[in-house]
Design a protein around this ligand. Sequence first.
Ligand code: FMN
Length: 428
Amino acid sequence: MPWESFGRTVQSAIYRAGAFGHRPEVPTDGTQLEEAARKVMSRRGFAYVAGSAGSEVSAAANVAAFDRWQVVPRMLVDTTERDTAVELFGRRHESPFLLAPVGVLSMAHEDADLAVAHAAREQSVTQIISTQASVPMEDIARTLAGSGHWYQLYWSSNDDLVESLVSRAEACGSDALVVTLDTACLGWRPRDLDLGHLPFARGEGIAQYTSDPVFRRLVAERVAAGSPEPRPRPTPAAVATLLSMSRNHPGDLRRNLTAPEPRAAVETFLDVFSRPSLTWDDLPRLRALTRLPIVLKGILHPDDARRAVEAGVDGIYVSNHGGRQVDRSFAALEALPGVVEAVRSSGSSMPVIFDSGIRCGADAFVALALGATAVGIGRPHVYGLALAGAEGVSEVLRNLRAELDLQLALTGCTSLVDLTPERLVRVG
Ligand SMILES: Cc1cc2nc3c(=O)[nH]c(=O)nc-3n(C[C@H](O)[C@H](O)[C@H](O)COP(=O)(O)O)c2cc1C
């Protein structure tokens, strides 16, 4: 398929199928997509994905921020041939989209991260594998078969575990290491709190840990020391949680049901998950651990961006975690121009990745015009996953790529280089 016709080809295929009575199973509109996913997801699953911190105004602000920018189309430009490719850390990406790291995808679909990997490969979009994934990174990398991925690190309080996770990421072929800085602890999330539901406490989303030799050693030591965890009364809820922990733990289910390791693994995870004491002074240690490019995720202030450049990192990722961490946070898009200005005026050409609030191709257009090098797709791909597994994720990515391509064609742009702030006006 010639690249220049990608958007039209996708659009025509949808209309052609429609002529024979087939409507897309995965809605092309972001709001409809979320609503369709809500209908097929469990209450807990949807709350975990759609929910955000406190009053949830940060998440709403992320989306609303795009309405303050409008696109100014230019005419009589030959846009027959368009190119949405971008190069990141030595690899050519067909489009500026990345799959943002999202944990506990098993809440959306049983094929979880492997389904996302199939779609990532099909759509030539780089998957950022989460530390809270439902599947060990090696299995995801195998499914990706060399098509490129990054690894997202939550910096554990245990140094040996950090080292082990980083060396596994290198060994399984990650192109970059994304260190998420905004999760010193979990945000206050009323939807999850009101359901009393934390997936990790049920053994979900800790596959990177239970597959890790250092973590397994910590669990074994905990078990050998005698489990300090009191045994809960065998209520139906406690039995369901035990079953979930045992299912999610490696090894034989029947053995897991009576063994101490699944519960000890959850408790160990809760102990080592994050390192609230992390500061800029810790970065050189990470630099010394790996030759992979390091990207700092969660940067929102120009001074932090300047500090990151000085620290010698290789990329910056502007994000407020989809509004899931800080309540009443300002929109990530509002932070983007200041961070880009700080990075570029420091003389750095490093990539500035952006996520939080992108729901359509035009949103990506705006973020790229404001200086993002590439954009992460978060919740929309999870909704596609919930609706139709790997094909659902593929469809979400295909639609975003097609929409961005058509947006270029209709605004007189032939490549991402054309996307500059002059393409936009700010209204309000
Ligand atoms: C259910 C869910 C789980 C997430 N898990 C992670 C994670 O494990 N690591 C991480 O760095 N960010 C995580 N994020 C944040 C995303 O990477 C991204 O920043 C966010 O989804 C962007 O907001 P948006 O989806 O509203 O566009 C998660 C987001 C969601 C919705």
